[in-house]
Design a protein around this ligand. Structure first.
Ligand SMILES: [Zn+2]
Ligand SMILES: [Zn+2]
Length: 329
């Protein structure tokens, strides 16, 4: 689908995942095309990508640059393979380049660190082995590849026809970037801003100390951009950027007060706090105990992101004994 003249949206399926599909974007250039995000490294995704690239009237060999907004498997998974087929140069933010080795190439250390981290945040011993490995198999959907171009934010990515400015937007992942085209007033927002889904922001061993604080700051900074159309990595394109930013800011204010309320009866670990918060799945409230192991881990990480922000703001106290305990100030 040609979203604006010269920019095509490609729908890449994410089999068995509730997100449904990833939106990759192809931007035309004077001497080659730019591909933004790629999809999982599975046959269904690769075939869909190949077919839609063909429908644009080009082949992989016409792609000279690949930008990955962040290193989650649905964005980064196929980058290595497309690079091999096209000879394109891959660009990724510095922070995530530095984490690829420990996340995808030699993950044993990270697995051990994750188990320790879960214990420290109050996950019961019986649940640690399951929660520790719950996302381990997504590594199968990634062909790890190091970038030729390291981004820092403020960089320019040009195709000749389009001139994108790289904006570092940490939060959903520590090296997440958006691409802004000021002349066309376009924002390729990755997973930073989606029209309906609230991007997951969680504290974990690779998230940085205050991912929600980072997220809200990088969200607020985008308010000043002159944007007519947002091209997100999931769901559909939309135009009301500022209103959507306001909604997301408001959502996190509410979640912060829920986390604070959950601490009312005394000090709690991240896990215990998460167990006292309302979780909504497919529009239904689901008790924490009934969440799947993956959702339980995400819920705990998300709760901890809110608690760490409250700690930074001086609204909760944090003490470390055998576990980390948060309490209201
Ligand atoms: Zn993501
Ligand atoms: Zn995604």
């Amino acid at each position: 689908m040609e979203i604006v003249p010269g920019i095509h949206q490609l729908k890449v399926p994410i089999p068995g995942n509730p997100l449904g599909h990833l939106n990759a974007y192809l931007a035309q250039g004077d001497n080659g095309w730019l591909l933004v995000d790629t999809g999982w490294n599975v046959p269904e995704a690769f075939d869909a990508l190949e077919k839609q690239v063909g429908e644009v009237g080009i082949g992989f060999e016409d792609i000279t640059q690949i930008v990955v907004t962040h290193f989650h498997p649905d964005h980064y998974g196929l980058a290595g393979r497309i690079k091999q087929l096209s000879g394109a140069k891959l660009a990724l933010h510095q922070v995530e380049k530095d984490l690829i080795e420990s996340r995808y190439i030699h993950p044993k250390g990270l697995l051990a660190e994750m188990a320790e981290w879960l214990r420290l945040n109050g996950v019961p011993e019986a649940e640690v082995p399951t929660l520790q490995k719950v996302s381990f198999n997504v590594r199968d959907f990634v062909l790890p590849s190091l970038p030729e171009i390291t981004l820092h934010g403020g960089d320019r990515i040009s195709t000749g026809r389009f001139n994108f400015e790289v904006i570092w937007t940490p939060g959903h992942s520590p090296g997440h970037i958006c691409l802004y085209e000021p002349k066309r007033k376009l924002l390729l927002s990755g997973d930073h801003i989606l029209p309906n889904i609230t991007p997951n922001i969680g504290l974990h061993p690779q998230s940085g100390d205050n991912p929600l604080g980072d997220y809200l700051d990088s969200l607020t900074a985008l308010k000043q951009l002159d944007v007519e159309l947002v091209l997100p990595a999931h769901e559909d394109v939309f135009s009301n950027l500022e209103a959507r930013i306001e909604q997301l800011l408001e959502h996190h204010e509410e979640r912060k007060s829920e986390a604070l309320d959950a601490l009312e009866q005394g000090a709690k670990t991240g896990y215990q706090t998460a167990a006292r918060i309302r979780w909504i799945l497919n529009d239904a409230i689901v008790p924490f105990e009934e969440l799947s192991p993956l959702d339980k881990r995400l819920a705990t990480m998300e709760t901890l992101a809110h608690l760490e922000l409250l700690f930074t703001e001086g609204k909760v106290d944090k003490v470390r004994r055998d576990v980390i305990l948060y309490s209201p100030l």
